[in-house]
Design a protein around this ligand. Structure first.
Ligand SMILES: Nc1ncnc2c1ncn2[C@@H]1O[C@H](COP(=O)(O)OP(=O)(O)OP(=O)(O)O)[C@@H](O)[C@H]1O
Ligand SMILES: [Mg+2]
Length: 576
């Protein structure tokens, strides 16, 4: 019954035009299949009304009808294929659109809990959903209709033979249910295995440098092949059940026809059935049998499809944890006054990072955060960007709880450059403008100038149009960081955050960048996180995180005077 619930929930997610189009498609299927439906009846007419009584004009009459029905059904078959293809494209677009929209609505934590490979596999799996909605489901409906029609005609032509067949038909259903129950767990495993394979190959391709540098090719190849073999084993297991299903279905249908044929022969000999009716009834019963057989294959398909549906609905029915709450307000330009009030935060592993933290970061200032690796500097920023939410307390921006601000507006006002540049495989220009529609070339160049990139870009043959390759492999890490920094600057944010954003840049260039940036952002809020003293020491205020939610704050001179840990932290840097 879980299947039914899944299918019901899936149909609710389809666009409203789907029902009408499906009815149209089923009607087309029925009309295009009409020749097959009436041909046994035509045979009966040929035999009983033309051949046995040697009536040539009746023979011609039946032939003209037969030809007309044949041509019509061929035309309708072509029309059915055109309609089906159109529907397939439209529905796939609609499902992918909904699915991707849903995907993007999830919080960062969701993506950290699932591999890229698995998510890609899920997206590719939408083809199965589309095929189900446009091909398999309408076929199931049309076959069920045909079953009813063929059953009616068969009953009309030969009541005893049809009832005889019906009495034997539960054999098909019992056998199909059995096969479906066996196949369901195998298909579930197969899906998981497919996801793992996709994850493995994605991971390997994206870490090729390490694989090459460490000579890990054989290790990776074997690991992939091992997973692939596991997948093939499951495939063979499901294939065995499929073969058994087809063998049993075919054996059952032949056995049933054999018995029905014997029974029909006995009826003719006893004079209770004409030869024409017998021939027509047999042809209809063959159709009836093959429809029952085909429906039994549908059960096998349902077992496979429902696993795919489960994975699809898992995403579609989940709700993002971080989203706009009802009544969330829009935001114009912000000052950048940040307050943490009694904030407690832990990641999923339940290790508390901040406990009852109180902290004020004033606006319109050049602020710095320093502290030992792992003490929670980036976590603090994640909370300001509302990438995560505190389990207790609140984070305020300009006096407003972040949860009351529309997420898009919040993130429009804040730009971040992180240690990991995470650039896209497009040109330098597109990486810097990154989604900004009205940005001018001058603004892009200005951002690049502040990030000390312009000279480098000018020397490139294609300048700003240079493509930087997968994972920006054509750039050094320091250059990548500067492109990422230019991207953040180009957004002209009210609050700019640099989280060790230029840690791979040489010290001289870093100093130049910080100088230019400070001049540019004189009356704006900026937060710098760095392990380098010179990047921190001139800040209007420095927050020194000591772990366990202990924070010391002040200017460099004040901290030097009052905090031993601060002195120890920077003591080996020449600047002291
Ligand atoms: N997504 C996450 N899930 C679980 N734990 C995390 C996650 N991100 C960070 N942590 C943990 O939270 C703690 C603080 O991490 P955070 O990245 O904020 O440190 P940091 O001060 O920025 O360190 P660094 O100077 O090395 O960048 C660390 O113990 C880290 O392992
Ligand atoms: Mg960090």
């Amino acid at each position: 019954m879980a299947y039914l619930k899944n299918f019901k929930s899936f149909f609710k997610k389809l666009p409203p035009y789907y029902t009408k189009q499906i009815i149209f498609l089923v009607l087309l299927k029925l009309v295009s299949g009409s020749f097959l439906l009436v041909s046994p009846f035509l045979s009966k007419l040929y035999m009983d009304d033309a051949f046995l009584v040697k009536n040539f004009s009746k023979f011609l009459h039946i032939s003209v009808w037969g030809a007309a029905i044949f041509i019509l059904s061929a035309l309708f078959l072509a029309l059915e294929n055109i309609v089906k293809n159109k529907m397939m494209i439209k529905l796939k677009l609609s499902l992918v659109n909904k699915f991707i929209r849903k995907f993007y609505s999830f919080e960062l934590e969701f993506f950290q809990s699932k591999s890229v490979g698995e998510n890609t596999y899920r997206l590719a799996d939408i083809d199965v959903q589309t095929d189900f909605a446009v091909e398999q489901f309408p076929r199931f409906l049309a076959e069920s209709f045909k079953l009813v029609i063929v059953l009616g005609v068969s009953l009309w032509i030969s009541l005893p033979m049809t009832i005889f067949l019906l009495l034997l038909s539960p054999l098909f259903l019992i056998h199909s249910f059995y096969i479906q129950r066996k196949l369901s767990p195998i298909y579930r495993e197969l899906w998981k295995c497919g996801g793992k394979l996709s994850k493995k190959i994605h991971e390997a391709f994206s870490k090729m440098l390490i694989i090459k540098a460490f000579g890990l090719e054989p290790y990776q190849r074997h690991a992939y092949l091992r997973s692939l073999i596991g997948n093939i084993r499951l495939g063979i297991k499901s294939f065995r059940w499929s073969v058994l299903n087809s063998l049993n279905s075919s054996f059952l249908s032949k056995a049933v026809y054999g018995i029905v044929t014997l029974f029909g022969g006995w009826l003719i000999i006893k004079g209770r059935l004409t030869i024409g009716s017998y021939a027509a009834a047999m042809l209809y019963l063959v159709q009836l049998g093959s429809l029952l057989e085909s429906l039994s294959y549908r059960f096998e398909y349902i077992a496979k499809e429902s696993v795919s549906l489960e994975r699809f609905l898992e995403i579609m029915d989940s709700q993002p944890k971080i989203k706009d709450l009802p009544g969330a307000r829009s935001l114009g330009a912000i000052k950048g006054f940040i307050q943490f009030k009694n904030v407690t935060f832990e990641y999923q592993q339940k290790k508390i990072i901040f406990k009852e933290l109180d902290l004020d970061i004033p606006p319109y200032a050049w602020m710095a955060i320093a502290g030992l690796s792992g003490c929670g500097k980036s976590t603090l920023i994640n909370l300001i960007l509302r990438l995560y939410e505190p389990s207790q307390g609140e984070v305020l921006l300009d006096g407003m709880d972040l949860r009351t601000i529309r997420l898009n507006d919040l993130r429009k006002n804040i730009a971040i450059a992180t240690q990991q540049p995470l650039l896209f495989d497009v040109s330098i220009r597109e990486n810097i403008s990154c989604g900004l529609k009205n940005i001018t070339q001058e603004e892009i160049e200005e951002a690049a100038r502040i990030a000390c990139l312009d000279n480098y870009i000018k020397e490139l043959p294609q300048g700003y149009d240079t493509l930087i390759g997968e994972d920006a492999c054509l750039l050094s890490h320091g250059l990548k960081q500067r492109v990422a920094l230019a991207r953040a600057i180009a957004r002209k944010p009210c609050l700019l955050i640099l989280d060790e954003a230029i840690s791979s840049v040489d010290v001289l260039t870093e100093e130049k960048i910080l100088l230019a940036l400070r001049q540019k952002r004189r009356s704006l809020s900026t937060i710098i996180i760095s392990h380098r003293l010179f990047a921190v020491k001139d800040a209007d205020r420095i927050y020194f995180l000591k772990g366990n939610s202990m924070i010391e704050e002040g200017t460099h001179a004040e901290l030097m005077a009052k905090s031993q840990s601060y002195c120890d932290f920077f003591k080996n840097q020449n600047y002291i």
